[in-house]
Design a protein around this ligand. Structure first.
Ligand code: SF4
Length: 297
């Protein structure tokens, strides 16, 4: 049952991180208009199960006046509302408060922010302190997403070398952060470890209408088929991409579509992304998109 909609307000971002699971950056584009946000929120209400929305990206604060109205529009519809931000705007406590106060007055009570060495290098931790202090003054709460760089845990007599860390090897991360890491045989990657593809509790939506089950893997397009109908008619087990993944992970997707592959991949998501990228190159743009998820048109 879909209870949350994560709204990719834009694919634009102030940063262009190697570990991004999309291909966000300063010129990525793909920004909602306000009328599209209102239509999406109405579709979310129509679905009957959605209780909250979260505005993210990209970096949603880049489009601040739009974001402010988005928060208001969600609250008008009695939806819980959150944002995810890299907090680039928190250059001081006072400046952080300048950003947060109008959002709080519009109905935002909680901020989720990224702050780690992958985003800010030696400056990691400073944005967090500023946002926490500003939020505290306003009576808001903050949670922090901190992604660790991949590290290799050495092989032992009992087990081969492994990769630890919290990077998800999809999107740009799959292309830029996998070199030199130990791999596992492709045909052993036989389950999806992170998403409930057959019963999602939340989906991501962008301005193109893409309804993402996982980044770049689409349930359909809500500008073409309203979300309520899309959810009602979606049969994950019969879907030509989701079905194989459910039955046997990314390895089954490769077999089902006779896709080319290397001998080894860092993890399931690395193979899944690579396989889906090949399918998109072959022309499957209806279920695999948009360009900002794959780094290719
Ligand atoms: S295996 Fe594929 S569908 Fe599952 S979480 Fe990884 S990238 Fe997403």
């Amino acid at each position: 049952m879909i209870e949350g909609i994560h709204i990719l307000l834009t694919y634009d971002c102030t940063l262009e991180c190697n570990h991004c699971f999309l291909h966000c950056g300063p010129h990525a584009g793909g920004t909602f208009r306000l009328d599209q946000i209102c239509a999406l929120l109405d579709q979310a209400i129509e679905l009957g199960t959605v209780t909250s929305v979260c505005f993210e990206g990209g970096e949603p604060v880049v489009y601040y006046s739009l974001l402010l109205e988005c928060v208001r529009q969600a609250r008008i519809r009695d939806l819980g509302v959150g944002i995810v931000t890299n907090a680039y705007w928190a250059t001081s406590v006072e400046d952080a408060e300048l950003v947060l106060r109008p959002l709080h007055e519009a109905g935002l009570d909680h901020v989720t922010m990224s702050d780690d060495a992958l985003h800010y290098g030696a400056e990691a931790g400073k944005h967090r302190l500023r946002v926490e202090e500003a939020a505290n003054r306003l009576g808001m709460t903050v949670s922090v997403i901190s992604v660790e760089a991949p590290t290799v845990i050495g092989a032992t007599d009992e087990s081969p070398a492994k990769v630890s860390g919290s990077v998800m090897f999809r999107g740009r991360a799959a292309e830029r952060m996998t070199a030199g890491l130990p791999t596992r045989p492709w045909d052993t990657l036989s389950s999806c470890p992170r998403e409930r593809l057959d019963s999602p509790g939340r989906v991501h939506v962008d301005c193109f209408g893409s309804v993402h089950l996982c980044q770049g893997l689409l349930m359909g397009n809500l500008w073409e088929t309203p979300l309520k109908q899309l959810v009602a008619k979606f049969d994950p087990h019969a879907d030509p991409i989701v079905g194989p993944i459910l039955r046997g992970g990314p390895a089954a997707l490769v077999r089902a579509h006779d896709l080319s592959h290397s001998e080894g991949y860092v993890d399931e998501c690395h193979l899944c992304y690579s396989a889906r990228q090949e399918m998109r190159r072959q022309g499957n743009q209806a279920s695999l998109g948009p360009a900002q998820a794959y780094g290719i048109a």
